[in-house]
Design a protein around this ligand. Structure first.
Ligand code: AMP
Length: 114
């Protein structure tokens, strides 16, 4: 997608602070962190949001989940705990329309989220 900022990150056209990468998934630090640890986990393939995942992405969805656990391990928060969030749709606060999971950790979190 030509106008997608996360596709440009995947292509290497926009720099990022990579935490994890494999054939299908990338994870990089959020540019405007909302917690001491704030990493975005994205598919390299352009998928607009969680609402756009289908049967053909079952394996990809699993890889994203496992990549998040690996990010938690690499950032040292696996034991203490982390929050994994995806905003799906503008109504939920999605601003970048390329599926991404926020991994947040390193501070207290309230429940339910605001
Ligand atoms: P969302 O509101 O769920 O769509 O979250 C989008 C996230 O992308 C926000 O937390 C932004 O800070 C983050 N973001 C936007 N541009 C970049 C970028 N170039 N590098 C890293 N994070 C970004």
């Amino acid at each position: 997608m030509d106008d997608c900022i996360f596709c440009k990150i995947v292509a290497g056209d926009i720099p990022c602070d990579t935490v994890y990468e494999d054939e299908d998934v990338m994870a990089f630090k959020d540019i405007n962190p909302k917690a001491p640890v704030h990493v975005l986990i994205i598919p390299k393939e352009h998928v607009e949001s969680a609402a756009h995942l289908g049967d053909q992405q079952v394996e990809l969805a699993g890889r994203l989940q496992l990549a998040a656990v690996e990010v938690a391990r690499r950032t040292g928060v696996l034991e203490d705990g982390f929050r994994l969030v995806t905003n799906s749709g503008a109504g939920a606060g999605q601003a970048v329309f390329h599926l991404h999971y926020h991994l947040l950790a390193g501070r207290e979190f309230t429940w339910p989220p605001g």
